[in-house]
Design a protein around this ligand. Structure first.
Ligand code: OAD
Length: 266
């Protein structure tokens, strides 16, 4: 059950085929083959920093310029990336199977881009929303005020010139003058209750939880699949490495998302 043999893939496929409702939870690994570095694997450090050191309200309070520099670098990197075979296959699944909910921890927007492309190909552009993921950790390209919370839309922050800026020159809120910050969820902050509630309800109602490319270390996302297991549903994990979820997986498929996900759902 722990290698992506033909039999294991067929078992996972038949669970997916038989399911009325499917919840898909993705993490950074689903975007690795698009060129987006994962957080905890090789290349996960930016300069010498781990995500937990920069993605916090405390880090932003101490050094907002450094935190903006990291996000500006990530925005620039992700802008050069394209969705991969796994994003496209999951978008096709969500568009072709009504009871499918995509949930992601990623902030890179690649699932949404795949949703639009696949909906266009299937000549149903209006349906792209059905393949839009619930973004548990927000959106890398959104910006909001750190003080009043106002949504500032898309604000361009240049990764190179920001290194020469003073704090006074960082982008500010048009309403209250507070510092703007990336529209993502940081460690120590609560997830949007509406988004988390919808993801939890999807997991609680699913016959299959398909968990792709996450180390399953960050909660509450890491706990979602347990809701599916608790109602007697199946857990299918796609990851080259074992995670804390692997022992509970009905089928654990060791391999990359780009190779395995299309084989499971197309
Ligand atoms: P991690 O970087 O913790 O884990 C990535 C997972 O993807 C690992 O388990 C890898 O084995 C796996 N992986 C690597 N390449 C893969 C591939 N080609 N196909 C499939 N899997 C692959 O990323 P997340 O679990 O997403 O949060 O991290 C969770 C959260 O921690 C992130 O959303 C972010 C981070 O710090 C915040 O910033 C709040």
């Amino acid at each position: 059950m722990s290698d992506p043999t033909h039999a294991a893939i067929e078992r996972a496929r038949s669970l997916i085929d038989a399911a009325d409702r499917i919840v898909v939870l993705t993490g950074a690994g689903v975007s690795a083959e698009s060129g987006v570095p994962t957080f905890r694997g090789a290349g996960g450090l930016w300069k010498t920093f781990r995500a937990e050191e920069l993605a916090t309200p405390g880090a932003f309070a101490r050094d907002p310029r450094l935190v903006w520099e990291w996000y500006a670098w990530r925005r620039a990197l992700v802008s050069e990336c394209e969705p991969n075979a796994a994003h496209f296959a999951l978008a096709r699944l969500a568009l072709s199977r009504e009871g499918t909910t995509l949930v992601t921890q990623n902030v890179d927007g690649l699932h949404a881009r795949a949703a639009h492309e696949v909906a266009d190909e299937m000549a149903c552009p209006g349906d792209a929303t059905r393949a839009m993921p619930l973004e548990l950790h927000g959106d890398l390209f959104a910006t909001r005020c750190n003080d009043c919370g106002r949504d500032a839309g898309e604000v361009t922050v240049d990764a190179t010139s920001i290194t020469t800026k003073s704090v006074a020159e960082l982008p500010r809120c048009a309403r209250c003058g507070g510092l703007l910050r990336p529209g993502v969820v940081w460690f120590g902050e609560s997830l949007d209750p509406g988004v988390l509630g919808a993801a939890t309800a999807a997991a609680e109602g699913a016959d299959v939880a398909l968990v792709v490319g996450t180390s399953a270390l960050v909660h509450p996302a890491a706990g979602l699949a347990a809701h599916t297991l608790a109602r007697g549903g199946a857990l299918i994990e796609v990851n080259p490495d074992a995670t804390p979820l692997s022992d509970r997986a009905t089928v654990a498929l060791r391999g990359t998302a780009g190779a395995i996900v299309p084989a499971l759902v197309d």
